[in-house]
Design a protein around this ligand. Sequence first.
Ligand code: ADP
Length: 447
Amino acid sequence: MFQKVLIANRGEIALRILRACKELGIQTVAVHSTADANAMHVRLADESVCIGPPSAKDSYLNIPSIMAAIEITGADAVHPGYGFLSENARFAKILTEHKVTFIGPSSHHIDIMGDKITAKKTAVELGIPVVPGSPDAVETEADAKRMAKEIGYPVLIKATAGGGGRGMKLANSEKDVLTAWSTARAEAAAAFGNGSVYMEKYLGKPRHIEVQILGDGQGNAVHLGVRDCSLQRRNQKVWEEAGGPTISPKERDEIGEICAVAMRKLKYAGAGTVEFLYENGKFYFIEMNTRLQVEHPVTERITGIDIVYEQIRVASGEKLSMTQDEVKFVGHAIEVRINAEDPQTFAPSPGTITFYHPAGGVGVRVDSAVYQGYKIPPYYDSLIGKLIVYGRTRDECLQRLRRAIDEFVIDGIKTTLPLFQRLIKEPDILSGNYDIHWLEKYLDDNK
Ligand code: ADP
C-alpha cells in the first residue's frame, strides 16, 4: 500500500479523497493555489504545498509545480480527482516515468477515451452500442452535407476533444448544417485547441444513463449499476439518481455486463463511467470518462462500496475486492449539486459564507469542503457541495430530500438550493418522468 498520496485537486473532492486516505492509514499531501491557502483539505492534510497563483493554469494544471511538490514531500502516488489533470494522459505518463503511481487508468486508456472518435470506435469493437453517426471526423463541407443526409436530420455536431458540453451544435435541416458545422469547428478550436468535429444522430427525448465500472488492470472488472443524470442545464448535470425505477434491474444488469465485459477485455484499471443516452428501451454510448465522477456517491450509497478505496487499492496493485455476484443494489439515492450561483440566472456568486448549517439525520450525506466564514474564490467552478440522500424506495428518498433541502442553510452567497426546493414539488420530478431536455424547458417556462 502507498505511504503518502498527493491529492492534485481542490474543493469537496480533495476532501473526499483525503478522508479515504486517512481511513486507509495513508499520509496525505494537499497542493493548493494561493487562493486556497485556507481550504479545508489543506488544513486537514498531513502536509501541504503551495503550487502557484490562483489561475488553474498556473497551479492545479501546472505539471512542473506538482512534480516539484511530489519531489519535496516524497509522495508515492497521486490522486487526480475529477477535472484538472484527471484525464490528462501526459500527466499520467510523466508520473509513471518518475515511478510515482497515478491513481487511475493507464495513459493509453485515457488517450483512447479522451478522443471521442477513437472512443466510439473502441466501443464498437468492444460490443458497446453507440449513437449512429459519422465513423470519422467530418472535415469538409461536402462531407458534412453527405454525412448529415446519411444519418438523417436532426444531427448534432460534436467536438472530438469535447468536454463539459462545449462545442456542440444542432442542425435541423440541410439549410443550417454548414453553419452548425463551421461554428462547432471554430468553437472546438477555441476551447480545446483542436477543431476536429464529428456528427451524431440527435436523439429527441433521451435520458442520460451511465454505468459505473471498476477494474483492477489484471483483467477483473465489475459494474456498479447505473445512474440517471438526465436533469441537466447546458449539458451540465444538476441532479443525479441511482436505483430504480427508470431502468429495470434486468436492463441495468444487461448494459452493466456489456460494460464490465468490455473493461475486462481492455484490462482497464480503476474507476470509470460509460455514458449512454437511453431512448425507447435502447442504450446508445456517447462517451467514457476515465476518472472518478462528481456523482459517484449515489452509487456508493446503494452498493455500500467505497469507490475511492477501490481506486487506491487497485492502483497499489491489489485485485478488486469484490466479484460481480457480491455487488448488491439496495434502495434509491439522489444527489443534488449545490453551486454558488444565482438560482434564477445561474450567475456565479462567490463570496463569504456567513452562516453554514448542513443537513443531517438518517440517510443524509453531505460532501462539501466549505465552512462558516469560508470565502469562495471566484477562480474555479461553482460546485460547493453535494447533498446525497438515501431511501429504501424512490418515494422515501424524495421525502427525505425535501426535508434535507429545507434544513440546509448557506448564508452570505447565493446557491442553487432554492432551485431544488422548487424542483422537488414538480409532478414530473416526483413521478420520475423527465428526459435530458426537461430542466432547460422548465427553466425557460418559469423565468
Ligand atoms: P461532453 O463530454 O461535452 O459532456 P457528451 O458527449 O457527454 O459531451 O454529451 C453531453 C450531453 O449532451 C449529454 O448528456 C446529452 O445531454 C447531450 N447529447 C450528447 N450527444 C447527444 C445526441 N446524440 N443527441 C442528443 N443529445 C446529446
